[in-house]
Design a protein around this ligand. Structure first.
Ligand code: ADP
Ligand code: MG
Length: 614
């Protein structure tokens, strides 16, 4: 008897399970299935993401459905369209040997008429998102007044997404004597409320510690300067050449920006967020599944539907507001018993948040160092050697071999290897040569201060003077620059003052209350594909003017650079206000920051910043 058989599952299901290659039940399956098969009961099951909850309710549900009746008997509510489709697919796979069981998905963004037609044909099981479900109920396109089972899957996430009212409405139209099974990774107050209101003395099972992250996941954090998040992200990617990862940002905007930057820098990256059309999202997800995308940059909501196993790394580009969201994020890796790493990029001031997460998930974080440029070169070298070793030779090259042998004649094996490796390696070492330490530390701060114009202390009161790397030649005068800063940060009429526009850079003042806001806004902020960099000037509260040399080349010259691949771009086609970030104009631009380009995007152009302006 297999372990699944011992749980009481029928032959047709066991056959489907064999086909799917499941050998042993997961813990939540082992606990939930017998309870659900045995009698009619309500159940609250808490288990982390990736522990096999779908089958834990799916197997018993299928076994309990009366396939001779065509009425809708089971309703599964799930937070997103993606999850809805994923569950439907799984349920269809589980029920492949059942006769006449129809599982139909109902979700927004697709034809409601088509879905209604499918329901009409007889759907014993409906998998639905709450919004569309409510819509269909109100149009009388579905009838759930006779269901026997209602499953709330990813209940915490549904409530997070604001479906509380919809769920209440939907449940109020279902029979009182049905069984309700609630599955959730975490148990926030809202979920407890739902359980209390709509369930009758539910049995409870908990797998692992409550609210804890999957134990196959290793948690790491890296302390970097706020502006070094992006270069640090690239180093983490370069340290893991085979990375297959989800990178979480807090906003759709950041998500799009980080993905665009990565693509521009030659990484296989893609963005997934709610501002994309369903079609675009499907395309991105397909590429990700096929691993054409190695780094999927996503918002929390969009990522809920990611049903991809084997994700090696979850990278928290920024920490989420809610600790529970962190649990969901890290649960994207370490699925189905595999191990995974959840990395967090934080600034020094966020370190206490790590402690809070540790307490909540009952797991320790390891403080790691962002690898140095030379370390990465070493790793890449190692990777390259392995890649060469594992490369299958291609007989198509045979015809060229005599010629190639002639060219390479007289070079011995050792030297040949050295040359071969160097060809690739130089790309990385050129890029990382003299790269700075990205780990945030006191010495790091000192180094920044030694720069002539930037890195001034941030005063806590009074006026603060800033340096910004745009000027007259970008089309600004003092008035338009003032407007630009105000509009961008959302400041009032009088908030930006003493604006002094030079040819390729400018200065301005604000009160210190808004300094944080300004610096955050201009962290990796791009206009027309170039970074607009704002830094606290070393001349605190200065009135502008005075004996500065004109900036000329140095700093501003950095914007002239072009990607070798883009070609043909006019050098003077730069700057100016009004163009939107992310426009096609932004493609193919280089950034005026250290580590702005990437070893992946060809040759690196370094921009040295020199000058004594104060
Ligand atoms: P959860 O809903 O808890 O996040 P899923 O139900 O989506 O997890 O399952 C995660 C992955 O594990 C899926 O790819 C699923 O097919 C697989 N899986 C589920 N149960 C088993 C099992 N008993 N053995 C092997 N793989 C399983
Ligand atoms: Mg699930």
């Amino acid at each position: 008897m297999t372990k699944f058989e011992a749980l009481g599952l029928q032959k047709s299901l066991l056959d489907a399970i064999t086909d799917m290659g499941f050998e042993t039940p997961s813990e939540v399956q082992e606990k939930a299935i017998p309870i659900l098969l045995e009698g009619e009961t309500d159940l609250v099951a808490l288990a982390q993401t990736g522990t096999g909850k779908t089958a834990a309710f799916g197997f018993p549900l299928i076994q309990k459905i009366d396939s001779n009746s065509r009425t809708t008997q089971g309703l599964i509510l799930s937070p997103t369209r993606e999850l809805c489709l994923q569950i439907t697919k799984e349920m269809q796979a589980y029920s492949k040997y059942e006769r006449n069981i129809n599982v139909v998905a109902i979700y927004g963004g697709a034809s409601i008429t088509d879905q209604a037609r499918q329901i009409k044909k007889g759907a014993q099981i409906i998998v639905a998102t709450p919004g569309r479900m409510k819509d269909m109920i109100s149009r009388r396109l579905v009838d759930i007044s006779n269901i026997d089972y209602c499953i709330l899957d990813e209940a915490d996430e549904m409530l997070n997404m604001g479906f509380m009212e919809d769920i209440k409405d939907i449940l109020s139209g279902t029979p009182d004597e049905k069984s309700t099974w609630l599955f959730s990774a975490t148990m926030p107050r809202e979920v407890a409320t739902i359980a209390k209101k709509f369930m009758h003395s539910p049995q409870e099972i908990t797998v692992g510690a409550k609210n804890s992250g999957a134990s196959t996941v290793q948690h790491e954090y890296y302390v970097v300067g706020g502006r070094d998040r992006y270069p640090a992200l690239k180093r983490l990617a370069d340290t893991n050449p085979d990375i297959f990862s989800v990178i979480f940002c807090r906003t759709k905007r950041d998500t799009q920006k980080v993905a665009e930057n990565l693509i521009e820098d030659g990484y296989n990256a893609g963005a997934l967020h709610g501002d994309l059309s369903q079609n675009q999202r499907d395309l991105v997800m397909n590429s990700f599944r096929k691993r054409q995308i190695q780094m999927l940059v996503a918002t929390d909501v969009a990522a809920r539907g990611i049903d991809v196993d084997d994700i090696t790394h979850v990278i928290n580009y920024q920490l989420p507001d809610e600790i529970e969201t962190y649990t969901h994020r890290s649960g994207r890796t370490g699925r189905a018993g595999k191990s995974g790493i959840s990395m967090v990029l934080i600034t020094r001031s966020e370190q206490r948040k790590i402690r809070a997460i540790e307490t909540k998930i009952n797991q320790k974080f390891e403080l790691k160092k962002v690898p140095s440029g030379m370390e990465i070169c070493g790793i890449q070298l190692h990777h390259l050697a392995n890649k060469i070793k594992d490369t299958e030779t291609n007989s198509d090259v045979d015809g060229y071999l005599p010629e190639i042998n002639e060219i390479l004649e007289g070079i011995d094996r050792e030297e040949l290897i050295k040359k071969l490796i160097s060809a690739e390696f130089t790309r990385f070492s050129n890029y990382y040569n003299k790269s700075k330490d990205l780990n945030s530390s006191d010495s790091g701060r000192d180094r920044e201060r030694s720069d002539d114009r930037r890195g001034g202390e941030i005063p806590t009161s009074g006026a603060v003077r800033y340096f910004v790397n745009v000027g007259e030649r970008d089309g600004y005068d003092w008035m338009s620059l003032k407007d630009f800063i105000r509009d961008t940060v959302g400041l009032g009429q009088e908030d930006v003052f003493k604006v002094d526009v030079k040819e390729s850079f400018s200065f301005f003042n604000t009160e210190s209350e808004v300094t944080q806001q300004i610096l955050e806004k201009f962290t990796e902020f791009k206009v027309d594909g170039r970074f607009v960099n704002v830094e606290v000037s070393k001349n605190p509260g200065g009135g502008g003017g005075g004996n500065r040399r004109s900036g000329g080349s140095g700093f501003g010259g950095g914007f002239k650079g072009k990607r070798s691949s883009s070609g043909g771009r006019r050098d003077d086609d730069r700057g100016g206000r009004g163009r939107k970030e992310g426009s096609s104009e932004s493609k193919g631009r280089r950034r005026d920051r250290s580590e702005s380009s990437s070893p992946n995007s060809g040759k690196r152009r370094t921009t040295k910043r020199k000058g004594d302006f104060f």
